[in-house]
Design a protein around this ligand. Sequence first.
Ligand SMILES: Nc1ncnc2c1ncn2[C@@H]1O[C@H](COP(=O)(O)OP(=O)(O)OP(=O)(O)O)[C@@H](O)[C@H]1O
Ligand SMILES: [Mg+2]
Length: 313
Amino acid sequence: MALLEFSDISKSYPGVRALSGVGFSIPAGHVHGLMGENGAGKSTLIRILSGDARADEGAIRIEGAEQRFGQARDAFDAGVVVVHQELQLVPNLSVAENLKLGRFPNRGGVVSFRTLFEEVRATLAEIGIDVDPRAKVSGLSIGERQMVEITKAVMIDARIIALDEPTSSLSSRESEILFRLIGRLRDSGKVILYVSHRLDEIFRLCDGCTVLRDGRLAAHHATMEGVTRERLVSEMVGREIADIWGWRPRPIGPTRLAVEGLRGARVPEPQSFEARAGEITGFFGLVGAGRSELMRLVYGADPASGGRVVVDG
Ligand SMILES: Nc1ncnc2c1ncn2[C@@H]1O[C@H](COP(=O)(O)OP(=O)(O)OP(=O)(O)O)[C@@H](O)[C@H]1O
Ligand SMILES: [Mg+2]
């Protein structure tokens, strides 16, 4: 029997049909990907699962039992924890207070902060998250806040954990910690519903996946067997990949921009590249890698200390 089942879920907002008749189910011990383009309805489905939004029609069943989530607390009590795209921590409280909110250890009504910090410290250490339980959430990076949210799901021992684009603000090191954590949760029989645009993550983590398009179920894959990147992309956009953006192989013309050994105050190593007619040239790197600084040199916003820029020869 499926641990989690969505049955014929529909939801409209004024002027938008966010979900129409979406149904699929996920067995225990599975990580299930939820994919789709912007506005496909992924977050709406997650909000219905979390009790933050009500479906107009349809039902959610957990181990076959229909659930009525009037509010977030109901979903929580049924063992559902959702880490939303927009984080929902209390900035002025510490990490530990956030993690145990509503469940502070107490004796005779007096909160034991020592026990609170100790418990949270132990859990964070066990999971491998390097955050001080006494630190205020307002002082944490977005990635650290995300990890705290995810830790919350682990601490309450939820049966169903939905993560809405969790890696969008995580560093690659933090993502690795998250992926390990997801693997552990899967092995202990949870259902993880994993919303992501990132195909690499879907293939790496998921046992199956569902694709939404314009609020409808475009595809459901109970396993990833035989599922290719190309297939997922065309299910997401509803066209063959070759048709996306009207893309066709096209002839590339002559070099129009040549940058030769360009350097400046904030680009110490000389940089060279070419861009040809009909070509899109991408610049890739982490924040601070020097992409913007190089562009500023190319178009003359900052003075170059060496090299040259050649246009049309
Ligand atoms: N509270 C709301 N009020 C009105 N319309 C909404 C509301 N929430 C979502 N929508 C609309 O419902 C549709 C589905 O939105 P949803 O946020 O579920 O998409 P999504 O798949 O999560 O997209 P993204 O990848 O951008 O996060 C969109 O057209 C969106 O504009
Ligand atoms: Mg969303």
